[in-house]
Design a protein around this ligand. Structure first.
Ligand code: AMP
Length: 394
């Protein structure tokens, strides 16, 4: 099968969808270059043979707002690539065509923000065609937007029936997700944290069909605890999901899966860094107090399970880790994952906040794989066909 490794890009122009949606500071300097670094292997490989035309979105521009211009990325990208990256202040049209026509093998050109055109998010076919006309081959390396049927992530692929492929990053993402979902060594443990049950309900259901242990943490905990009759004070709760939570507990039991909930909880008298705190049993949170982190007994319980697993998937923090007072649970889970990894366990971390957490505690290179796609990864775990992935196969 055609792929980025065996395709000959010599004398070809490749249009490459990357995810350069990176954070910038007030001076428009890149403050976290992870996504740019992640795209480098693909850019370098193609530039070693042919022409690279890079396209991306940045932020959510309403019009052609200067602050969302991809020109801000050029210095960082040039530095990381070790060569001057060219830039053009549009992504379609005659000027772009002329610029592209003058490119030579080895040149790298970055186009202006795709989302300056509303057609991008609408998946407009005529817009996709204009992008496609710039190149001989299409490469998609933006996993973070693979769940969107946008012009540059999905629709464009139809104009390259014989010359389209994933970049190294998407290949790696798919391989690691496949390793966890279909080729995992057992015991397989999934840890789902974060704020809401509602956003993870389908993932929980799907994972129950695959895992040996499903650990619930974070704000989701309290909906499950309330569903079992516990006192949760003013903790985060989704009352519409109490029945669903009960059903999931029963489903896990009947299918012999360990659904593990926290046993103790770090509670606060207000949602603030300077709150008073106390640790109680998870089902004994006092009125007007709210659970914002897992307690030490839970940390021990979860760590033991993680250290006895051969495969671990983690999505969503165990508590409000943005505040130091409520970060211990998330730190300890990240540390347990790192230790498990060092003992041969395959560990995959995904989802914006858990990725931010492993980075914050400098443990990102101590786990097996850190996924770059939050929403895309969740949809993949839900079993959905991601449009950007499917478009390559059709
Ligand atoms: P999600 O996007 O669903 O993964 O949720 C991430 C957010 O969940 C983070 O901003 C955390 O602060 C928040 N979170 C984690 N635990 C709790 C909790 N016990 N109560 C309220 N929010 C929480």
């Amino acid at each position: 099968m055609q792929n980025i490794d065996n395709y000959n890009f010599t004398d070809k122009k490749a249009i490459v969808r990357v995810d350069f949606n990176v954070p910038l500071n007030a001076n428009f300097k890149v403050t976290d270059n992870t996504r740019i670094v992640a795209a480098l292997p693909t850019v370098k490989k193609i530039a070693s043979q042919g022409v690279v035309i890079l396209m991306s979105h940045l932020g959510r521009p309403k019009a052609k707002e200067e602050k969302f211009s991809l020109k801000h990325i050029v210095p960082e990208l040039s530095k990381l690539l070790g060569k001057n990256v060219q830039f053009i202040d549009d992504c379609i049209g005659e000027n772009v065509k002329a610029k592209v026509a003058a490119l030579k093998n080895g040149d790298v050109l970055l186009l202006e923000n795709l989302r300056y055109y509303p057609e991008e998010k609408k998946g407009d076919k005529a817009f996709a065609k204009q992008l496609a006309e710039l190149a001989d081959v299409y490469v998609n390396d933006a996993f973070g937007t693979a769940h969107r049927a946008h012009a540059s992530t999905t629709i464009i692929a139809q104009f390259f029936p014989d010359d389209k492929m994933f970049g190294y990053l998407i290949e790696k993402e798919l391989k690691s997700l496949q390793k966890v979902l279909t080729e995992h060594e057992k015991p397989f443990t999934a840890i789902l944290g974060g704020a809401k049950v509602s956003s993870k309900i389908i993932v929980i259901e799907k994972l129950l069909e695959k895992v040996d242990n499903l650990i619930i943490a974070g704000g989701m905990t309290y909906t499950f605890i309330k569903a079992q009759g516990g006192n949760i004070g003013s903790s985060l709760v989704e009352d519409d999901y109490l029945d669903m939570a009960k059903e999931l507990i029963i489903k896990a039991k009947t299918s012999g899966i360990n659904l593990i909930l926290p046993i103790d909880s770090v509670n606060a008298d207000k949602f603030a860094e300077d709150a008073n705190t106390e640790t109680t049993a998870v089902n004994e949170v006092k009125d007007n107090w709210m659970g914002l982190d897992i307690g030490p007994e839970t940390v021990k319980l979860f760590s033991d399970i993680i250290l006895n697993s051969k495969t671990v998937l983690w999505n969503g923090p165990a508590g409000v880790f943005e505040m130091d007072k409520f970060a211990q649970g998330t730190i300890k889970i990240a540390e347990a994952l790192a230790e498990a990894t060092s003992k041969g366990c395959y560990t995959l971390v995904g989802g914006g906040d858990s990725v931010a957490a492993v980075k914050k505690y400098h443990l990102d290179d101590k786990v097996s794989y850190v996924s770059t796609g939050g929403g895309a990864m969740l949809e993949f775990l839900e079993g959905k066909d991601l449009p950007g992935i499917a478009a390559m196969k059709n």
